[in-house]
Design a protein around this ligand. Sequence first.
Ligand SMILES: Nc1ncnc2c1ncn2[C@@H]1O[C@H](COP(=O)(O)OP(=O)(O)O)[C@@H](O)[C@H]1O
Ligand SMILES: Nc1ccn([C@@H]2O[C@H](COP(=O)(O)O)[C@@H](O)[C@H]2O)c(=O)n1
Ligand SMILES: [Mg+2]
Length: 457
Amino acid sequence: MSAKEQPTTSGLENGHREPFVIGVAGGASSGKSTVCKMIIDQLRDQRVVAVTQESFYYGLTEDELVHVHDYNFDHPDAFDTELLLSCMQSLKHGKAVDIPNYNFKTYKSAPNARKVNPSDVIILEGILVFHDSRLRDLMNMKIFVDTDADVRLTRRIRRDTIDNGRDIRVVLDQYSKFVKTAFEDFILPTKKYADIIIPRGGDNDVAIDLIVQHIRTKLGQHDLCKVHPNLYVIQTTYQIRGMHTIIRDAATATHDFIFYADRLIRLVVEHGLGHLPFQEKQVITPTGSVYTGVEFSKRLCGISVIRSGESMENALRACCKGIKIGKILIHREGDNGQQLIYQNLPKDIANRHVLLLDPILGTGNSAVQAISLLLKKGVQEANIIFLNLISAPQGVHVVSKRFPRVKIVTSEIEFGLNDDFRVIPGMGEFGDRYFGTDDYQSSTPFFCDDKNRVRLL
Ligand SMILES: Nc1ncnc2c1ncn2[C@@H]1O[C@H](COP(=O)(O)OP(=O)(O)O)[C@@H](O)[C@H]1O
Ligand SMILES: Nc1ccn([C@@H]2O[C@H](COP(=O)(O)O)[C@@H](O)[C@H]2O)c(=O)n1
Ligand SMILES: [Mg+2]
């Protein structure tokens, strides 16, 4: 592989944006979780993960369990802060972590940890998240939820008696013995570190709106679409997130993978077609009125990057009747790392707009090979629209830097690439999952048959 073609890695300098970390502190039952949920709801178009300090409670020993009423759950020593810190540092550096699954009723962590992937926004909430300066230093924004003591106590009584089945006398005893004192000694003194203090917690819609606006502004400074004006990420909805959740799930069966991948591909293709030029056209409606509309562009073709790109052909054919579709096969291994080993393109491709099809944009090296070939065949750079399902920021940078006039249309931006240059979180080998060959050995040899279809030997 030549120096020029080195794939980019997941380093921060290569477009992997550092997550925006928000700390939310405040007394027990002040409304921290409620505030976090409101923020997450408003940021639904961003990848947000919530981590709660409660998950990092030390499990009680048998002896401590016997004397549980004498245990101070509101003291900083009740938490495994070193583990919390290391999890937060990993997330901040783009690594997935396992968060303990603490159970309030057994006072221990269950064996099944929760896997948390790195995200654009990480929210850490808990009574004492501002107590340790190393945790505070990881935070880009610190929020303190300030709710009156009587409201906190009322909510606590309700939670611990109704939800957790505890005796009211035990709850009140714990409050006066530990909770009240710890609030005054450890929690309230951290209020001074807050950038924002929210009186009345979740009732304060104005404060939540302002916080969300600020987070959006901060995220916007790194927004890939602002850096690369020819990158188009389709507007997300819960439907789209839901479909991504299914196709990214390693446990999803092939038929479901195909069904939901097809739905997403169709959306990307429709969006891509919207970037083609148009001509004004007038028609007469059945009421005899004139409707001024537009006419679809006719001189276009699709080019799929074998093999995954072939999964996008049906959606393109369904949208553009009789469209010509050519193929390019690029082998990942070879003397220069990316070897072009097969091409079959429409003869008049130079006069067409090209919809280049490949579901995953990772390092960008295959895309660069494919686009270079199209340009060599005389296609105008501005006439190429690259359609994919997911794009790694590194691939977007590589393609946009080399071919700034090529449009990239995608449905989600990934977090980055791992050390093997695989997209993360990603969805695995798309072609294998779509064509049901996940259980084949990766070295399965193939050939192109007389109809230019890839056949496994
Ligand atoms: N603004 C509010 N109005 C009414 N109930 C609320 C409000 N905020 C929180 N609660 C309720 O109070 C309880 C504690 O809130 P929660 O957000 O879990 O607090 P914390 O995470 O600080 O312990 C929950 O049952 C929640 O539904
Ligand atoms: N097993 C436990 C662990 C913790 N607590 C109490 O929870 C409070 C912190 O949680 P919030 O969601 O309310 O912030 C804290 O006051 C602990 O006393 C508990 O009761 N049992
Ligand atoms: Mg909470």
